[in-house]
Design a protein around this ligand. Sequence first.
Ligand SMILES: [Zn+2]
Ligand SMILES: [Zn+2]
Length: 127
Amino acid sequence: MKSLLDLFLRKSTCAHTHALINTNEGYCPDCGAYLKKYFYIVRCLRCDVKREAKIYFGDVLPKEKYCTNCGSKEYYVEKLDIISFIDIPYAIHTKEIVLQGEFEFASAQIWVDSNNVKPVRYLTGSV
Ligand SMILES: [Zn+2]
Ligand SMILES: [Zn+2]
């Protein structure tokens, strides 16, 4: 995985190889940046099936050109900070630098429900 991560993080001088070994977030021992693990899952835009992903020049792309379920070429990429273990074979994981101000935003992006992934709805009380 090292070469993939190096490619993906090519703008950074540190590949954070020794960071986040047992945790999902924390400081990199090599460069001191605060990092968080993120997962990317590629899905078919038409039928929503999960597609195998790859990293190509820093972009997350589907491995195959067409969806094997419906034949569509269109896809979208989901960025998650937590995934269920059934999604792991499909997911690309990265270690990304988190700026302090983005913590709140990041924590609002937790997705739940292993079968039918939907964003968590926050009730504001003013519906
Ligand atoms: Zn680092
Ligand atoms: Zn499809």
